[in-house]
Design a protein around this ligand. Structure first.
Ligand code: ADP
Ligand code: MG
Length: 338
């Protein structure tokens, strides 16, 4: 007999969880992404002890059909892509079919779901195994409660930082969801304190007022423009509101929060000399493009992307920011020498 064996499912899921579920905020991210993909207009997140005791995410989206329930927790099981073509034209936030499998391998999960206003289902999963399934009364949508995160992976639990830091990361992720999905009503509660509550009225400046405060919200300038391939919209703060790090710059591609060095450089180039050295602006910029132009299958957390026609997009972003600031008379217009 040879030496190589296929790993059992629990072990395989735990290995994937190592990448996908780094900390409580990763669970919040994955569950809220699922709620958004399910077409929810109201998403509520409640955490206890910065998510280590529990994370509950409730949505009023499509719900999960009874026959799909066991599959939802399976590895590489997804309703979002079906073919090779789909993988290169992603229109949803999720597509890897890994999050629920990973989360259920490192916590105790209770799911309550109801699709098409039929009867609800209550399911409990532990160690990647369905341990209970009953009928229940439930409203249309899904509620997932994740308890005792990392109870069976002590090394990972040790790595988790202070509750304060972890809660900060959760808030941060929720703020970015609120800025990228202004038409969804989000609420974040931590140990019965409300940390974020948006109206879902579609107004980015109102969400930014919630996230960054009124002083900044009063000094936001709108940017908007397109080329054949890209449409860029957003709000940028006037340059007097600079920050000491890049953290206040949010970039979204087709509604997904991403990090991208080159596009960040394009934003900074738009502000040009208005930013003191080592200072960064407050911006929220949404880029819409054909999903065929962006590859999001780079890293399990899906925050890194590869773009086609990057230079075209860079030029557009820099120009829009520069023009917007010019319009505010913040950049002196250069006159060509006669
Ligand atoms: P992915 O989002 O990559 O498809 P997940 O493991 O996050 O993978 O979820 C697996 C599947 O479970 C999804 O494809 C979706 O069909 C279903 N699902 C998960 N969460 C929800 C939800 N809140 N509402 C409706 N369906 C859901
Ligand atoms: Mg998902």
């Amino acid at each position: 007999m040879g030496n190589i064996q296929e790993l059992d499912i629990q072990l395989a899921n735990k290995i994937a969880a190592g990448e996908v579920v780094e900390r409580p905020a990763s669970v919040v991210k994955e569950l809220v992404e699922n709620a958004i993909d399910a077409g929810a207009s109201v998403v509520t997140v409640k955490v206890k002890e910065a998510g280590l005791q529990s994370i509950a995410v409730t949505d009023n989206g499509s719900g999960i059909l009874e026959e799909d329930i066991p599959l939802a927790f399976g590895r590489h099981a997804t309703s979002k892509i079906h073919s090779n073509h789909d993988l290169f034209h992603i229109r949803t936030l999720g597509f890897r079919g890994e999050a629920l499998a990973s989360i259920t391998s490192v916590s105790r999960v209770t799911l309550k779901t109801c699709a098409d206003n039929e009867v609800g289902h209550l399911v409990k999963v532990e160690n990647s195994r369905l341990v209970e399934q009953t009928l229940t009364r439930a409203k249309q949508g899904t509620e997932i409660i994740v308890e005792d995160l990392f109870y069976n992976t002590p090394a990972r639990l040790k790595y988790v930082k202070s509750l304060h830091t972890e809660l900060g990361k959760i808030t941060d992720i929720m703020n970015r969801f609120a800025m990228s999905h202004t038409d969804i009503r989000f609420k974040l509660m931590a140990d019965d304190r409300i940390l974020l509550q948006t109206s879902g009225n579609g107004k980015l400046n109102e969400v930014m007022a919630q996230v960054y405060g009124m002083t900044i919200a009063r000094d936001l300038v709108e940017i908007k423009g397109e080329t054949g391939d890209y449409r860029v919209t957003g709000r940028i703060a006037r340059p007097e509101h600079t920050r000491a790090n890049r953290h206040y710059m949010s970039l979204f591609i087709n509604g997904r929060y991403i990090r991208n060095f080159v596009l960040t450089k394009a934003i900074l180039a738009g502000y040009h000399t208005l930013l003191p050295i080592g200072r960064y602006p407050v911006v929220a910029i949404d880029i819409t493009m054909d999903p065929g132009l962006v590859d999001v299958n780079v890293h399990p957390t899906k925050q890194e992307v590869r773009l086609s026609k990057e230079p075209e997009l860079m030029t557009l972003i820099t120009r829009l920011i520069r023009d917007a600031l010019l319009g505010e008379n913040l950049i002196p217009e250069m006159t060509a020498p006669k």
